[in-house]
Design a protein around this ligand. Sequence first.
Ligand code: ARE
Ligand code: CA
Length: 493
Amino acid sequence: YDKTQTLVNRQTLVHLFEWKWTDIANECESFLQHFGYGAVQVSPPNEHITVVQNNDMPWWIRYQPVSYQLSSRSGSSQEFADMVNRCNNVGVRIIVDIVLNHMVGVGQKSGQNGVGSSGPSSFDGTDNIESFPGVPYGSGDTNDARCHHDIDGSDYQNNANNVRECRLVGLLDLNQGSSYVQGKMVDYLNSLIDMGVAGFRADAAKHMWPNDLKAIFDATKNLRSDIFGQNQRAFIVQEVIDQGGEATHWDEYILNGRYTNFNYGAAVSRAAKGQSNWNGLTTLGPGYGGYGNGDDHDVLAFIDNHDNQRDDNTAVVTYKDGDRYKLAVAYMLAWTYGYPRVMSSYSFTDHNQGPPNNGAGNGFSTRGPSFNGDQTCNPNSGWVCEHRWPEIRAMALFRSACQGAAVSDLMTDNQRIAFAREFKGYFALNSGSGNWQFSGQTTLAAGTYCDVYSGALNGGSCTGASITVGSDGRASFNVPQSRAIAIHVNSRI
Ligand code: ARE
Ligand code: CA
């Protein structure tokens, strides 16, 4: 389950948070396939609650399932199927965010207090009623018999049972140990596999028993052989937040695939902000001093996600940090640790704020992005599209070009780091003050290369800095403050 199921040279996942299915289909065709992106993580496609608050519809309604019908703010079942086909046709995979831990928050009821549902199903989340006819589930399918209250703050440190069987922020907690519940979940996952998806991001995985998840995943079908070949299994990444001191541990989950390494983004962010040195990051993995860093093939690496980009005093850099953020994402894509996920956001000022929309008169339906001539998203459309930023998209192509190449010729100097990806590319980053001038061994063939961090190779001419590699493989670099330089075999002029 840790195999990414992407094309070999497309090892970057992008989270198109809250995008519509029709927009993602277009994005696969017009952009992602050309910039080395191998897969899209999509928002939960299942039917969910709708809530109007402050003349808006919050993003988190997607995490309160009403049924497993594919009818959501992002689109219909037909639109979802069309997206999966069109993306697969251009070699871009779809990874589905699956919410199996719970249904709606206790007390949420369709038709009351402005609460509704994104699809045809009614529901009643009143305590002890807990009725979801669209599945169907009733209160007997929840963990109420084992725990009938919320997870307590201290449970995270000392009660793994409660973390898994009590309610996460009031969300009605399903019993994944029941064979009936497992069957419903397997049917849901199989319906997605039949449509051609490549895998799943399991929401709130740490709130479910690893062996229950195993039973569910093991009971799913193989991926479609016409797309993925014979006997291929879904890619799985489990959302397990474990930064140490928890009763539940990331390594309990790796039997089911990868886990979200939250330590990684925080560590890279610290270095990008100048609060720690890059040297420490180069030994990431089981031997690294920091907690929670598993083997390369167990890890989903990312800088920020849709939750922690909204935290007050967040530990990670986000799109709001500009150049520092670009350095963090660039480092992640240049270095060889984990399967990297790029966050792609809409701009927000309020934690709850939903995606750009067409207003109350149109049911707050999502308004898709529009694009500038340089292929970035038009900020007036409300979408940030970090994945289209020139530096980030260039680094996704760098990762493609360097796929499978080892790191070598590493140089680190606290706030600076440079290394080769043997015979394929060379990367240098300067988060310190002043320019960084040095000569480095690139391992590349002699020639002139276009620095794709400051520009791009366009019809044989380079809009960025040109770097000359000598016959000994060495080149001179001048990396400006808060910037990087990246050259690779496909950026040779
Ligand atoms: C909403 C309202 C709540 C209300 C609830 C029920 O905000 O006030 O009580 O509905 O009516 C998202 C939002 C929630 C939202 C929920 C459902 O973030 O605010 O609740 O959707 O609409 C823990 C979990 C981790 C989880 C984070 C957010 O371990 O799994 O909390 N992340 C996933 C998703 C979220 C999503 C959910 C799970 C629920 O990515 O987007 O919630 O589906 C420490 C601990 C972590 C803990 C973290 C934050 O680091 O180690 O385990 O994460 O603190 O509390
Ligand atoms: Ca649970």
